[in-house]
Design a protein around this ligand. Structure first.
Ligand SMILES: [Zn+2]
Length: 401
């Protein structure tokens, strides 16, 4: 368990130093400086394309327009595509707002199931595919969108797509964090959190800090799951005992929020995922690193049905061309309040897919990554429809909620 507070302070100082270097040298920053910053920021460059990550970080320091901006759809353009799919396939798809963000944007989902407009499809097994919890991970909205396209465009001609749409209820949420994503597109490509001001909390005087790391903010409604949000040994308000990549410091990019499930985006997702009652699988897309991560992330303890999670993870990896690594999330680093752990604790099969080799891969990589990751998504949907092994067991507590 690493103590992060001191590192973050050093990092902030060094970041300041890099900015002044930038000013002095007219945009030329020494690569070694950048590497040092990235490593202090906790990035594992061996799992990505170090050159691409360094270039993305330079854009952040220099606040220059991103050269790939127009290759990635804005949150409005994603919403428009979901609307077009609904329009073209009204019997199979319905665009639904799950809720609103602090800045008033809708969190759009596409609900896909046969007869979605006139039948109660909540009797079918539900799967939720999410992207863009983290604002800077631009690639992560694309595979869920690609799955929506393939299911609907293939329905009439491909019996496998028809079977999935007929038998499952599939929710595609490409942009969980539209406020953060738009800020990342227009202001700072390195931005990670949402954009709700932290304000005054139980721990602090009013602060200027903005944003919560949405994938550290998930709180399971079952009291016995508190450890998933705040592992023992991590004291509320204190930043000296923070877990690696999860912080009580509102200024940290990994801030867990003033309290569990405090953020409107997380509340909207949980209303669907735990509230609807039929959701059996959640696949959450992130970037980068080419990894298939299964719970837990808050502890090194293995999950109770680790073999099943590993087996399905390996089959998804085969669908991806076997280039990904399959491992327990905490083998990467420990964190808490994540989507996958809370879902798993509530009996929902759940993985985090880390896709691509940088946060904003070049445009020629968008389609190939989307298509290969979509294959893993389809396999996941099939597993939820017809499990090859038994249902996941609950790790904490005695009974299903
Ligand atoms: Zn992420």
């Amino acid at each position: 368990m690493k103590i992060q507070g001191a590192n973050q302070r050093v990092h902030a100082e060094r970041l300041q130093e890099a900015r002044s270097l930038d000013a002095d040298q007219n945009g030329l920053i020494d690569d070694q400086e950048i590497l040092a910053h990235l490593q202090l920021d906790g990035l594992d460059l061996t799992r990505g394309d170090a050159r691409a990550l360094m270039d993305e970080f330079k854009l952040h320091l220099q606040k220059r327009p991103h050269p790939e901006l127009s290759s990635y759809p804005s949150s409005d353009q994603v919403a428009e595509e979901l609307g077009q799919l609904e329009h073209r396939y009204p019997e199979l798809a319905r665009r639904v707002s799950l809720g609103q963000t602090h800045e008033g944007r809708e969190i759009w989902a596409l609900q896909i199931s046969r007869g979605v407009r006139c039948e109660d499809t909540s009797t079918r097994p539900g799967v939720v595919l999410t992207g863009l919890h983290h604002a800077r991970e631009w690639m992560s909205s694309q595979p869920p969108l690609e799955v929506a396209r393939q299911l609907l465009e293939g329905y009439a001609s491909d019996p496998e797509m028809k079977r999935r749409v007929d038998r499952a209820e599939i929710w595609v949420v490409p942009v969980v964090n539209p406020d953060g994503y738009e800020y990342s597109r227009s202001q700072d490509n390195w931005w990670k959190k949402n954009r709700r001001p932290v304000g005054e909390t139980a721990c602090s005087e009013p602060t200027e800090a903005i944003g919560t790391d949405l994938n550290r903010n998930y709180l399971s409604p079952r009291p016995q799951d508190l450890e998933l949000y705040r592992p023992s040994g991590d004291t509320p308000c204190s930043t000296t005992d923070d877990f690696e990549h999860t912080s009580d410091d509102p200024g940290s990019p990994h801030y867990r929020g003033p309290q569990g499930s405090s953020e409107p985006e997380v509340q909207a997702l949980l209303r669907l995922e735990l509230g609807r009652g039929n959701i059996r699988g959640v696949l959450d897309h992130h970037g980068y690193g080419e990894m298939i991560l299964y719970p837990w992330s808050h502890t090194q303890e293995p999950p109770p049905d680790r073999e099943r999670l590993r087996d399905l993870g390996q089959r998804m990896n085969q669908a991806l061309g076997s280039d990904f690594r399959v491992m327990q999330s905490s083998e990467l680093y420990t964190n808490s309040g994540s989507s996958d752990g809370v879902h798993y604790a509530n009996g929902i099969l759940s993985y985090t897919l880390e896709i691509g080799r940088s946060y904003q891969p070049p445009s020629d990589q968008i389609a190939p990554i989307s298509q290969s990751v979509a294959r893993a998504n389809l396999l996941f949907i099939d597993e939820v429809l017809e499990p090859e092994q038994q249902e996941p067991t609950l790790a904490i507590g005695d009974s299903r909620p």
